[in-house]
Design a protein around this ligand. Structure first.
Ligand code: ADP
Ligand code: MG
Length: 241
């Protein structure tokens, strides 16, 4: 059994079908890069995996539990699968520590002392243990994104979904965030990341999924996908011919 099993998943918005039968199994500890043009369905796929969107057809299971469309299951699912977005979405009126504690105390009902200990540990892990009492606007974009990663880690997820998490950052801040992701990958975290960082995908990912028009158009190890693309669409996307 794979950690995440995506079978014949379809998703429509009104009459527009944006996911057209996605099949993808993700093993525990795998690091998968999802690449593809804007509008190909990458974000929608991630949003379906953690239940932010309900699927129109097919099935998704995480750690053996099928994603069913009811609140109890969705809540359980979101505890298992963390998601990090392009925008960091930190609460500006809460400290860094407060941000990392919040979903633990609210969603998981973790006692405050325990939530604080976990928050300190996770902030340490992303290199921001010393900024526990700072406010988000006192941090750089790269630091804020690392806080968002710590916040997701504090829920002890089995997998992390990252949707273009470095796209909103100034170029000089991208590396520090990728370094954290690289470390998580080395520690065995299961990661699905939508990214434009091809070099990173090549270095760190075990597989690359190329999405095109709502389908997994090509999938393989980075070496294959980047040096020997099979389809005209992937060749065009990569700018090779
Ligand atoms: P990507 O992340 O690859 O750029 P998205 O998953 O964001 O692609 O979008 C895929 C398609 O679905 C796009 O055509 C987009 O306009 C459409 N779409 C995404 N979210 C919605 C929504 N909530 N309502 C209607 N259409 C949507
Ligand atoms: Mg997107």
């Amino acid at each position: 059994m794979s950690l995440i099993e995506i079978t014949e998943v379809r998703k429509s918005f009104g009459t527009t079908e944006v996911l057209k039968g996605i099949n993808l199994d993700v093993e525990a500890g795998e690091v998968i890069a999802i690449i593809g043009k804007s509008g190909s369905g990458k974000s929608t796929l991630l949003r379906c995996i953690n239940g932010l969107e309900t699927i129109t057809d097919g099935s998704i299971s995480v750690a053996g539990a099928q994603l069913l469309d009811d609140e109890v299951h969705l809540k359980a699912l979101r505890l298992k699968v963390g998601m990090i977005f392009q925008q960091f979405n930190l609460f500006p009126h809460l400290t860094v520590g407060g941000n990392v504690m919040l979903s633990q105390t609210v969603v998981k009902k973790t006692p405050k002392t325990e939530a604080e200990a976990t928050a300190r540990k996770m902030l340490e892990r992303v290199g921001l243990g010393h900024r526990f009492d700072a406010y988000p606007n006192e941090l750089s974009g790269g630091q804020q994104q690392r806080v968002a990663i710590a916040r997701a880690l504090a829920m002890h997820p089995s997998a992390l979904l990252c949707d273009e998490i470095t796209s909103a950052l100034d170029p000089e801040l991208v590396a520090e965030v990728l370094a954290v992701v690289r470390e998580l990958a080395a520690e065995g975290m299961t990661l699905l990341m939508v990214t434009h960082e091809m070099k990173f995908a090549r270095d760190v990912c075990s597989r690359v999924v190329f999405m095109h028009h709502g389908r997994v158009h090509e999938v393989g190890v980075p070496e294959e996908v980047f040096t020997n693309p099979q389809t005209a669409e992937l060749k065009q996307f990569l700018g090779v011919s």
